[in-house]
Design a protein around this ligand. Structure first.
Ligand SMILES: *[C@@H]1O[C@H](CO)[C@@H](O)[C@H](O)[C@H]1NC(C)=O
Ligand SMILES: *[C@@H]1O[C@H](CO)[C@@H](O)[C@H](O)[C@H]1NC(C)=O
Ligand SMILES: *[C@@H]1O[C@H](CO)[C@@H](O)[C@H](O)[C@H]1NC(C)=O
Ligand SMILES: *[C@@H]1O[C@H](CO)[C@@H](O)[C@H](O)[C@H]1NC(C)=O
Ligand SMILES: *[C@@H]1O[C@H](CO)[C@@H](O)[C@H](O)[C@H]1NC(C)=O
Length: 574
């Protein structure tokens, strides 16, 4: 139990005991003047009189082809990303979807205030090429419905949003369509006590996780879900139940379920997952006293880097400790292999958790998917012994190691807690760089170049390219700190912009601010930014993917020693 001792040690001693690599500043900073040029959506339609704009309260954004859908409070907007813009984006279509008076009255009667008894859009998914599937909290009585993508018109009756959408707009939830079925991670009740991973729609029986069983979940906070092979993977954090002697330690997890799960037998796990397994994600800094970043904040979709199929994830320290964030990568194959490993169990309520000896694991292997054409072609035919095992042993013993055994990025000097991540795996004119954009709770975006390396020195794994403030206090017409929290982020490769959603606005900001270095070649090349290049004649230009314009840039080495200094025209360096 060496690692456990180290974990407790580092939890108790905090960050100060751990040794971190040099936490250096960015090569470039987006200047405030420059950022004033970003384009903003604040809820206005083209030609529609602004009038008294309602609070947007953006909850979700979704980009489908050249349209951005923005789900807020009582409204859904669609914005054409190719429309010519000056400094404001306007909606094409606006759907107003309010709760009816009856639902609002009941919500108020249950003690919720007027601002909460509204319809907050918490599920916003593409169902097929022309239909969106949307769920709203509907004054604490969630509902879901189909809407046409092009006209935002309702298609058919709505259905209950229970177990698909939270009641409380502040609850975190995830939702994903896979094989035409809806997979959700949310709570099923008003008081947000019964957390579930739930499957519904698409013709298969509905399935859920076991109710009120702390082995399955303990106050989970759902972050993301991805489809991979025969499974859907859920990323979340929860209170660790394997450290029963410590108070409330939050750990990060990945869980998986088989897409073809049909539930258990009539005796065990009927209408519940037979394939639910979970494992701890290990994002830690190696060293004498191992330091763990335990609090998962965000996970990317599946990407390919250097021959690995991975997700990148942001972790932080707990909110009551010294702020720090780390980005770790997890290989999907490595995650899968943890689920083929040992199970963890606690023999009695007082004993510590230990691995289950292999000979005591029933067959077929608990948590496996049913195989068509074999004896076990459907999960409801699995033997009771195996189903009982999986019901009582959802946790794996081994933790999922991060790729290269440590973070790719660590940030400890910046107070901003990182909470959003998007990745461009084909950055630069030759599409051969990987750039990560990290969003924070204060509206700051940090841009890093990822340099895949086998080196254990993780200073080399990333390069801090740029730092800029995406929030526009003037245009987002909302003051206060809470409004600066980034609620969603999308990459728009075609226009070379990031779409950054805040509660009161969506800001469109360029991937790079090359022109800021236009006066000086040394400064332009010094950015090491794969999106920028010196094209001569006082021009530091954004380089379109596949551009044929000759340019100078040195992303790999940043060698500028042969270039002359430019008096007074240097970029801000911090
Ligand atoms: C939505 O559309 C799908 C297929 O397009 C259909 O199967 C389903 O019944 C519709 N309604 C709801 C509420 O899901
Ligand atoms: C499973 O196999 C049985 C007979 O071996 C067959 O009757 C049944 O249709 C199969 N079910 C599935 C889901 O393939
Ligand atoms: C986490 O990973 C590190 C590095 O791979 C390893 O040394 C440590 O033992 C792991 N911790 C746990 C709890 O598995
Ligand atoms: C990307 O491609 C360019 C042009 O082929 C090359 O000069 C550069 O070294 C490449 N960078 C990487 C990291 O492969
Ligand atoms: C890795 O980092 C070390 C020390 O920071 C440096 O000396 C070395 O050149 C770096 N290697 C690469 C490939 O960047």
């Amino acid at each position: 139990m060496k690692s456990l001792t180290f974990l407790i040690l580092s939890l108790l001693t905090g960050l100060s005991e751990a040794t971190f690599p040099d936490d250096s500043g960015p090569l470039s900073t987006g200047s405030v003047d420059y950022m004033k040029h970003s384009v903003v959506f604040v809820g206005n339609g083209l030609g529609a009189s602004p009038g008294l704009t309602e609070r947007l309260d953006v909850q979700r954004i979704l980009k489908v082809n050249r349209t951005l859908f923005i789900g807020g409070r009582d409204h859904l907007y669609s914005v054409d990303l190719d429309a010519p813009v000056a400094d404001e984006m306007f909606y094409n279509k606006k759907l107003t979807w309010r709760s009816n008076q009856h639902d609002i009255d009941i919500c108020r009667m249950k003690g919720k205030n007027e601002a909460e008894c509204r319809n907050f859009i918490k599920v916003l998914l593409k169902r097929n090429n022309s239909v969106l599937f949307i769920c709203g909290t509907n004054a604490y009585n969630p509902v879901c419905a189909n809407y046409t993508m092009d006209t935002l018109e309702s298609l058919g009756p709505s259905i209950s949003g229970m177990a698909r959408c939270p009641y409380d707009p502040k609850q975190a939830n995830v939702a994903l369509f896979a094989d035409n079925k809806l997979f959700t991670g949310t709570v099923t009740d008003f008081l947000a006590i019964d957390a579930v991973i739930y499957r519904s729609l698409g013709g298969s029986p509905t399935l859920r996780t076991v109710k009120h069983d702390s082995k399955w979940f303990k106050e989970p906070y759902f972050i993301h879900a991805v489809e991979y092979g025969r499974h859907v993977f859920f990323f979340f954090r929860e209170i660790a139940m394997e450290f029963n002697y410590l108070e409330k330690v939050v750990l990060s997890r990945v869980a998986r379920v088989c897409k073809n799960d049909m539930g258990g037998s009539q005796r065990v796990l009927e209408k519940q997952w037979t394939s639910f397994l979970k494992a701890r994600l290990n994002c830690s800094v190696p060293g004498d006293s191992h330091f763990y970043f335990n609090v998962l904040q965000a996970v990317t979709d599946i990407i390919r880097i250097n021959g690995h199929t991975i997700v990148l994830a942001i972790f932080s320290t707990p909110s009551n400790s010294i702020p720090g964030s780390a980005i770790c990568a997890f290989d999907m194959e490595q995650i899968s292999s943890i689920f083929d490993g040992r199970f963890k169990e606690q023999k009695s309520p007082e004993s510590i958790w230990t691995p289950v000896p292999e000979e005591l694991v029933p067959k077929p292997r608990p948590g496996c998917c049913a195989e068509p054409g074999t004896k076990y072609n459907s999960s409801n035919g699995f033997p009771d012994e195996m189903l009982n095992f999986v019901k009582t042993h959802p946790l794996m013993d081994d933790t999922v190691p991060s790729l290269n055994h440590g973070p790719w990025i660590i940030k400890t000097t910046i107070r901003d807690r990182l909470n959003k991540i998007v990745v461009d795996t084909e950055a630069g004119p030759f599409k051969n760089y990987t750039v990560v954009f990290l969003g924070s709770e204060t509206g700051i975006i940090l841009k890093f170049l990822i340099r895949p390396t086998t080196s254990t020195n993780f200073v080399n794994r990333s390069l801090f390219l740029e730092h800029f403030d995406a929030y526009s206090p003037e245009k987002c017409n909302s003051k206060g700190h809470e409004h600066r929290k980034i609620v969603g982020m999308e990459l728009d490769k075609i226009s070379g912009t990031l779409l950054v959603a805040f509660s009161s606005c969506v800001v469109r900001v360029a991937f790079a601010h090359c022109q800021q270095h236009a006066a000086c070649m040394k400064s332009c090349v010094g950015t090491r930014d794969p999106y920028c290049g010196w094209v001569g004649d006082g021009q530091c230009a954004y380089l379109e993917p596949g551009t044929s314009i000759p340019f100078e840039q040195d992303v790999d080495h940043g060698n500028t020693t042969h270039l002359g200094d430019c008096q007074g025209n240097f970029p801000e360096r911090s």
